[in-house]
Design a binder for this molecule. Sequence first.
Ligand code: PA5
Length: 457
Amino acid sequence: MLLKEKMLRLGFGAGFPGHGTEEVLLSMEGILNRGSERLLEGARNEDVGFGWFDLSDSPPEGLFETVEWLRGFDSVVQIGIGGSALGNRMISSALCHPFYNELTRKERGGPRFYIADNADPEGTSAILDMIDPTRTAYIVASKSGSTAETMANFLLFLDSLAGSGVKSPKGNVLVVTDKEKGSLRSFAEETGCRSFPVPSTVGGRYSVLSPVGLLSAGAQGVDINSLLLGASAMRSSLTKKKEISRDPAMVMAASAIHHFREGRNIITFMPYSDNLDAFSEWFSQLWAESLGKDGWGSTPLKALGATDQHSQLQLFAEGPDDKLFLFIVPTSRRDLLMPAPSWKSLDDLSYLEGKGMGSMLDLEALSTAAALVKKGRPVLWLEIPVLDAFHLGGMVFFFEYVTAVTGLALDVDPFDQPGVEQGKKYTYGLMGRPGFESDAAEARERFSSILGSSASL
Ligand code: PA5
């Protein structure tokens, strides 16, 4: 399993059981070409939604200077949700030490990092317990500048800052929001806080390579330039015309569409790497929110190898044949050699002696994929040479590209999220936000149907 000088490889020989792979791919070629042409055209015209396509061309002005400013604090809190948080967590867990916050300042090299995304008093109180408000930078990120969960967290952190005697938020707060609209933009203007725009053509879940994701990554010492270079390199290779069967993005899009039509409406995203566990969450939002429309959409199911071999694999192998499996495997990784068992009672374990734990994980991926193939389940196998900033940037672009092309091929708008907006409006109404009174009434009425019948103990 050695992959050299390539950014990524997708094995799909077992991706279409019971069908001729070539035939399936050729039958999809027309709609997929339409999808990629629409994407290139939208990007060329700088249409709304397509701005992520060239985000990696150049980092926004002032980014590196602001990263240095952030690195001067003890802690950085990212306040945001969905696309304003999942990418931050994804980069952090892919590239930073898993116990980053527990390392010493010298070992970390940067401030501690926390994400306040959910509006759960437990989570927010826990962060408040860990930080010195005066020695903390708060990155409040919201494209709309009004999302209730983000605003609730923001008000609480602002209050704690003021409660610690800091008169103006200017020295601690950094706003990332729309260039012109929304309360956060007005706040930045009123207080003089530092701010960055979320480009108007970039949607939340496609914004990780904008200031939304880059600032916190840089604060933790992630090599931002390499992330962007990786994304650009992936874009150049994806936009070179090639046969469909030699194009991993087209093959993945074709598989998703084919299997959805065959009744396999779940896509199991299974990295064999702890560092990529949060990548699955980022991908889930991207895939679900972009493509779950008009009755279309395959449900992203998060699984982690090898952990989920001992949890969900039984269902994967013998439950309903409703899933497409995507394995993700870095082909080189750090290894730990297993020592000889030093107790007689452990003699049975001598088969592990001298073997690498990382090699075992690779073989577990191989065994599990093979076991699924034996059961006739469709498996795609994605390899990256190594998990570093360059290849992570490449993977980000790859999955954004596949998602957008899949939607555009199917006439599904991959850049809106009307189903999310409805819930947001109900919440505003129920929380008493002026202008949303009728939403509150409607939410109550619809909810009452759930408790119209109930059973209790
Ligand atoms: O992708 C999207 O647009 C959404 O999931 C948003 O990221 C999420 O709802 C947060 O919105 P905002 O950034 O406007 O606070």
